[in-house]
Design a protein around this ligand. Structure first.
Ligand SMILES: Nc1ncnc2c1ncn2[C@@H]1O[C@H](COP(=O)(O)OP(=O)(O)OP(=O)(O)O)[C@@H](O)[C@H]1O
Length: 774
């Protein structure tokens, strides 16, 4: 029952104030807290009580009426099981001032709160809720603050009511917040009339939940919204496999399967009919027999149109070949190297193109070329590369960025120039999107985006739209790496389109320094990896073991490395999958026991799946741009606080990510896992001095060429494979057959090949280079 359907006269209630929160899980929508009892009609006489139920974070400054029943817990004694609650607005002057000046109301300090109470009296809140205009009587209260105060008061009332109602369907508070944000007071009526609407409008709302609510509310199985929601849900699910669209027939088959019910058969024709209707409503885009979610269709469209915009503009400063030759010669002298033919071409083309892609395997000199481009650009324009020579960061002409924190850090290390993550560059505000966009674009003259293979179609769209017409762009990435975690395969599509100028570096330089790792990478790339290539070398070992022996083999390697004095920080174990007796989970358990065993002096906390201990190496699993940490970042647990040890009264786990400390509460623990062994997918964009890579037949289904290529190219100094030759070799010969459905190439062709001749992008094929004259 919702709070406003109850009152202290007719229901059991306890009026109370929060003393501290014992446990709060947003996902499961569950809180346990200790409250001070202010009044009650229950048979209860103690001064405080533990309450439990489904409610949001309670505020310390507010009082609440909790409705529910007294229950005796076998271990913890008498508790109050809360079924609903409401905020009680304080009825004393002091209480009201404290309430209005609390953190709940943004921008209202004590003085303003006093003024409001002086003018409107002790029932100020109900007066404001009846008619917000009364606030104009408060002298000096700015319109903006008054509006925000009214909104918060209304929000609190509305949200409490709706959250309690949704919790009856097992909908957690986090989801309830999204729902409330979307529908406000209409949330419950929409849920009752058409719960499938939630699947359309609320990101992450599951089809099964909507279907169960629909059954409980007596909605028919053939309700049109049911098929529609099934379509949206199937498209959303396919994003997880990287698809941008689904062919209509395939979509229809998947939807029919999802909606399978003994009492109703949904045919493919019924689904296609519904898809056509959804297309008319613009809930999906149906184009050339393909079905898209609009955000993906428009992301591809945006990328194609912004690329056209960018490459159709001329480079501001045209460089004469002779001038370039001279400058590059000087750089070669300074750097004491001689650029290879293709490296030279890359520098030349990058400086002469509005936008260029630089691709190539490990050790082919991508970083060397990037440095060459930066130096040559600075020289040509007679400007400094040193940020200290500029008045503000917005004057600095070079912008260096990468999709993850680690990749940005490496870019800084290799170039000596500042680099930030793409999210940071675009000003991710944590909720509503990016500050930089087509209206407020980036500043700077030359943009370098590293690890571009990791950029998905959404991020690419946001990035490209923020690039001003006069900025030159260099996209750097290795086309043979795994594609982005998010939907699309932007780098691969741009290269395959043959419409964007690119240079693919083939000659390997690091190999010349005798690197077996690089040799192996290039053999895999060329589909020429044989058992002969797996012979031990100074930077490479293959330790033979089977699936049952993997965990022990990896543990032994680490033990020996430790005994030899190797800093374990330099070693990273990575494997393809979590489950299996040789999976990441098992390896992590063993390595945690070896490297960071339990001890009375080390605090630890248990979660559903793991034990986190101070000193543990942990991996971030999601992007958290607001804390500047990203999927794949690795940190160390540096502290665990019990709930009564910090001002927030919540159990907390603190992780240090190379100097950035991030605090996790219980609700966030699912965002991290142990990182003694990480998945190869999560290793993208990172490099480690020593990589230990188990490869056994138990992983067969995952063993693909680009996965193994990505894994081995993560190691900089030493690679140790533990496993079976055949599993490894078979993997290197297996192409990833899961083709991603994308239409970026097609969109690019439509946009870029139908322009005026004068606007045609320059695609140089066998251009003469200055090398031909040297
Ligand atoms: N023209 C060259 N002459 C001599 N050495 C070179 C040349 N180009 C690159 N190198 C050397 O080869 C090594 C690899 O180059 P670089 O780091 O630029 O390649 P990369 O493609 O960025 O590699 P990775 O992707 O593995 O980081 C470096 O030690 C670099 O100094």
């Amino acid at each position: 029952m919702a709070a406003d359907e109850q009152n202290p006269q007719t229901s059991g209630y306890i009026k109370g104030e929060l003393l501290h929160t014992i446990f709060h899980n947003e996902q499961e929508n569950f809180s346990i807290a200790k409250i001070k009892v202010l009044a009650t009609n229950e048979e209860y006489s103690n001064k405080d009580i533990v309450i439990k139920g489904y409610f949001s974070d309670l505020q310390e400054t507010a009082a609440y009426n909790f409705y529910g029943i007294l229950e005796r817990h076998a271990k913890f004694g008498l508790q109050y099981k809360v079924t609903s609650y409401e905020t009680v607005v304080p009825d004393t002057k002091e209480g009201l001032i404290a309430y209005l000046s609390s953190d709940m109301f943004y921008g209202i300090g004590k003085k303003t709160a006093e003024k409001i109470v002086d003018v409107l009296g002790d029932n100020a809140v109900s007066k404001i809720l009846n008619d917000s205009n009364v606030l104009s009587q408060v002298p000096g209260l700015k319109k903006e603050k008054a509006r925000s105060l009214v909104e918060t008061l209304k929000e609190n009332q509305g949200f409490e009511h709706i959250a309690v109602h949704l919790s009856k369907y097992g909908i957690g508070l986090k989801m309830a917040q999204k729902i409330y944000k979307q529908y406000k007071d209409e949330a419950i009526s929409i849920l009752q009339e058409d719960p499938y609407q939630y699947v359309f409008d609320i990101e992450g709302f599951g089809f099964q939940t909507a279907d169960e609510i629909a059954r409980a509310n007596g909605l028919s199985l053939s309700h049109p919204s049911r098929i529609g929601a099934g379509c949206i849900y199937v498209l959303q699910k396919n994003i997880q496999d990287g698809h941008v669209y689904l062919p209509v027939e395939l979509c229809a088959v998947e939807v029919s399967r999802l909606l399978l019910h003994p009492d109703l058969q949904v045919t493919n024709e019924m689904v296609i009919e519904r898809l056509e209707a959804l297309n008319k409503e613009k809930s999906i885009i149906l184009m050339d027999g393909n079905v898209y979610l609009p955000s993906l269709y428009y992301a591809e469209d945006g990328v194609a149109s912004n690329l056209k915009r960018l490459i159709s503009k001329p480079v501001e400063h045209e460089i004469l070949t002779a001038e370039l030759l001279k400058i590059i010669g000087e750089i070669e002298e300074e750097e004491v190297l001689s650029y290879g033919k293709e490296q030279f071409e890359a520098i030349q083309k990058a400086l002469q193109s509005k936008l260029m892609i630089l691709t190539g395997g490990p050790g082919t000199g991508k970083t060397t070329v990037v440095k060459g481009i930066l130096n040559a650009y600075a020289e040509i324009h007679n400007i400094s590369l040193n940020p200290a020579d500029y008045n503000s960061s917005s004057d600095y002409p070079f912008t260096l960025t990468a999709p993850t924190g680690r990749a940005a850090k490496r870019l800084t290390e290799s170039t000596g120039l500042p680099a930030v993550t793409i999210h940071r560059l675009l000003g991710w505000d944590g909720q509503n999107g990016f500050e930089k966009n087509e209206h407020e674009q980036l500043t700077g003259k030359y943009l370098i985006v590293d690890e571009f293979s990791m950029v998905d179609i959404w991020l690419a769209n946001n990035l490209f739209k923020a690039i001003p017409d006069d900025m030159q762009v260099l996209l750097v990435g290795d086309e043979d790496q795994l594609p982005s975690v998010g939907p699309g395969q932007v780098l691969a599509d741009l290269l395959a389109s043959e419409l964007i100028p690119y240079i693919s570096l083939q000659d390997v330089y690091r190999q010349k320094e005798g690197s077996k790792i690089i040799e192996l990478a290039h053999l895999i790339k060329q589909d020429a990896c044989e058992q002969e290539a797996l012979k031990n070398d100074k930077d490479f070992s293959f330790i033979h073991c089977n699936t049952h022996q993997v965990v022990e083999a990896v543990t032994t390697v680490i033990e020996r490395a430790r005994a030899k004095g190797v800093d374990l920080k330099h070693i990273q174990v990575m494997a393809p999958m979590y489950r299996s007796e040789a999976g990441i989970t098992m390896i992590n358990q063993q390595l945690q026991a070896l490297i960071n065993p339990a001890s009375p002096s080390k605090r630890e906390i248990k979660t559903k799946d793991a034990v986190f201990r101070v000193g543990d190496k942990v991996l971030q699993l999601v992007n958290q741009p607001e804390d500047n940490i990203y999927n794949g970042d690795i940190g160390k647990v540096v502290a665990i606080f019990e709930e009564d040890e910090n001002v927030d009264n919540i159990e907390q786990l603190v992780v240090d990510f190379e100097g950035k400390e991030v605090v996790y509460e219980r609700k966030d623990y699912a965002n991290i896992t142990h990182a003694y062994c990480i998945s190869i997918h999560k290793s993208q964009g990172s490099e480690f001095p020593i990589v230990i890579l188990p490869v056994v037949s138990a992983y067969n289904r995952m063993l693909k060429k680009n996965l193994l290529y990505t894994a081995i190219t993560r190691s900089k100094k030493s690679l140790i494979i533990c496993g079976q030759y055949q599993a490894f070799l078979r993997g290197t010969q297996t192409l990833d057959s899961n083709r991603r459905y994308t239409t970026l190439q097609k969109q690019l062709h439509e946009r870029l090949t139908t322009v005026d001749e004068s606007e045609q992008p320059v695609i140089e094929e066998e251009d003469m280079t200055p090398y031909d004259f040297m």
